[in-house]
Ligand binder design. Structure first.
Ligand code: ADP
Ligand code: MG
Length: 240
């Protein structure tokens, strides 16, 4: 589904991604861990070209999205993104937030989008919040709405950048449970997180990023039981 070759990203002379090769199959749940500043967010943001790579290629569903002659907006619609800070539009109701993209892009009529929004609200366990505003919701609820909003586009892959890091501890579980359900339904997912329990139980593969490269990757069992790279051993000893 996603094929990354020699991906590089530099800000001026600061090289943040230093040649990443990665291949993500349909249905995989890839969890990315690593120290702050190692390039995890930049990698995720490059996957849907929220950041423009400075080298290498990204092929998504057979289309080279780094080739400017391909329509990135069309491809981006198939990649849902969920951010640490939810990024809901504060002046729009929950339902309007969910409907916005599909209606604006002409993919659904108002009626279709209404119906879909209500289905998704039921799906994320918030059927009675359609007319609420984001600030009336808890952080966990806002993040579940952000996930519903991403799902409204019927994406083929969901990218999550530390979706529970901004939440109070008691709200982490509800968001992780929803993500687990999506995983069980077969969604392809790339998740940056510090939730090691989630990585162990949901990931098909865990990647360790360090200093702009993928320093190690493995199935979760081997990754956590038998880490090889000294930096990974050190990192795990700090977080586990
Ligand atoms: P992580 O998500 O692993 O914490 P990031 O991908 O956010 O790491 O950042 C990696 C490095 O890139 C950091 O050194 C950060 O300061 C730098 N960086 C990220 N975004 C920008 C930007 N827009 N301009 C300049 N430097 C950036
Ligand atoms: Mg980050």
């Amino acid at each position: 589904m996603i094929d990354v070759k020699k991906l590089e990203k530099a800000y001026g002379s600061h090289c943040v991604l230093k040649g990443i090769d990665e291949h993500i199959e349909k249905g995989e749940k890839v969890v990315i861990i690593g120290p702050s500043g190692s390039g995890k967010s930049t990698f995720l943001r490059c996957l849907n070209l929220l950041e423009q790579p400075t080298g290498g290629t990204i092929t998504f569903e057979g289309v080279d999205i780094t080739d400017p002659k391909n329509d990135i907006n069309k491809m981006r619609q198939k990649m849902g993104m969920v951010f640490q800070q939810f990024n809901l539009f504060p002046h729009l109701t929950v339902k309007e937030n969910i409907k916005l993209a599909p209606v604006k892009l002409g993919l659904m009529s108002q009626e279709e989008a209404d119906k879909r929004a209500l289905e998704l609200l039921a799906r994320v366990g918030l059927p009675d919040k359609a007319n609420a505003y984001p600030k009336q919701l808890s952080g966990g609820q806002q993040q579940r709405i952000a996930i519903a909003r991403a799902l409204a586009m019927n994406p083929d892959v969901m990218l999550f950048d530390e979706p529970t890091s901004a939440l109070d501890p008691e709200m982490v579980g509800e968001v992780l449970n929803l993500m687990k359900e999506l995983a069980d339904e077969g969604m392809t997912m790339v998740v940056v997180t510090h939730e090691m329990g989630f990585a162990r139980s949901v990931a098909t593969r865990v990647l360790f990023m360090d200093g702009g490269v993928i320093a190690e990757q493995n199935d979760p069992e081997t990754f956590f039981q038998n880490p090889q790279h000294p930096r990974l051993k050190e990192f795990l000893s700090q977080v586990l």
